[in-house]
Design a protein. Structure first.
Length: 344
């Protein structure tokens, strides 16, 4: 018999628990974020609920998304595409379409590095003239297990106040512009804001948050994918006033650049500074990524939250979330920490 390490045994138990979950007992869940962090949450959450909505940041200005945004004046489609791919099923249809929309062209011309899904989404926006209707149509084509919505109806520019951006002037604070630049900035990010300063939220995204049983924020690039949702006033108001319970899902490690050297509790502190009225119910962290559990518990308490530690990282040691383990952790949180009514 082949021996398995403790994390592999937990993965096996998590898979067994999820496979035995009763049909019909499904919470309404809204997940907010962007990039690979949101994709990790969605890949996990679609395993435990069929009522799932992703609300995605629209501040990306790099790569294919940045080029389309600059040339056509559209919302950056890249994070929306990644969310749709994450919601594709594990069957042949879902995985084929996930690969297709993630496929990038390689050429010496203008199509180089453009993603097929980005072009498809933008084409439907131009055809239909409606962001939400177009994304719903793409989701229907893919057989997506959930809905994808942009957080704002206009493309946003992310700006950060960074101390020590120039290592020769470590005490100087400067403004760094653009999500792609902020994500990799040297120095210490003090705060972020968006331009325009009062962007309109997508009404369907606000409605989804207000109608949810659970809202999941994170994991993801803290300043460039997670906190931007709190900078859209109507969306923040919905997060503050919703009756849904809220879980904050922490990263497995600090991100080089924008959160380099951050402790888990520091992530909570900067989030609290950006949205002091926002309370959370649960903070989820990988048990191996928290060296000081008492300090994390204190920081979580200041947000009104309890800490749940669980093995959610890939068992092979790569610092990425394992979908089955993360799904099991979310499922346990949803069941243990109460709900606002029967799952619908």
């Amino acid at each position: 018999m082949t021996s398995r390490n403790p994390r592999q045994r937990r993965l096996s138990r998590a898979t067994a628990a999820l496979s035995g979950r009763k049909r019909g007992a499904q919470p309404k869940v809204v997940a907010l974020g962007g990039g690979m962090g949101l994709s990790a949450s969605l890949t996990a959450l679609r395993r435990i609920t069929g009522d799932l909505t992703a609300v995605v940041t629209v501040a990306d200005d790099g790569g294919s998304s940045g080029r389309l945004r600059e040339e056509l004046g559209v919302l950056p489609p890249g994070d929306l595409r990644k969310a749709l791919a994450a919601l594709c099923g594990d069957d042949e249809w879902g995985q084929t379409w996930a690969r297709v929309i993630q496929h990038r062209f390689e050429s010496k011309g203008d199509l180089h590095e453009h993603a097929v899904g980005n072009l498809l989404i933008v084409a439907l926006w131009e055809q239909l003239g409606d962001h939400v209707q177009a994304l719903d149509l793409v989701g229907k084509l893919l057989g997506a297990h959930g809905r994808v919505l942009p957080m704002s109806a206009v493309p946003l520019e992310l700006q950060a106040l960074v101390r020590g951006h120039d290592p020769r002037r470590p005490d100087e604070t400067v403004t760094v512009r653009g999500q792609a630049t902020v994500a990799l900035t040297p120095g210490e990010v003090q705060s972020v804001h968006v331009v325009p300063a009062d962007p309109p939220a997508v009404p369907e995204a606000v409605a989804a948050v207000l109608d949810a049983d659970w809202v999941v924020l994170g994991p993801g690039s803290w300043f460039s994918s997670v906190i931007p949702h709190l900078l859209v006033p109507e969306l923040l108001d919905a997060l503050v006033t919703t009756k849904a319970r809220k879980v904050l899902s922490l990263n497995l490690a600090p991100q080089p650049g924008e959160t380099e050297g951050f402790s888990p509790q520091r992530h909570l502190e900067v989030l609290g500074r950006h949205a002091p009225k926002l309370a959370m119910d649960v903070v989820l962290a990988d048990e191996a990524a928290v060296p000081d559990r008492e300090s994390l518990a204190d920081a979580a308490q200041r947000l009104g939250a309890a800490v749940e530690l669980a093995p959610v990282a890939s068992p092979d040691g790569v610092p990425i979330h394992d979908p089955e383990l993360l799904a099991a952790a979310y499922d346990r949180i949803f069941r243990m920490h109460g709900r606002i009514g029967p799952w619908r």
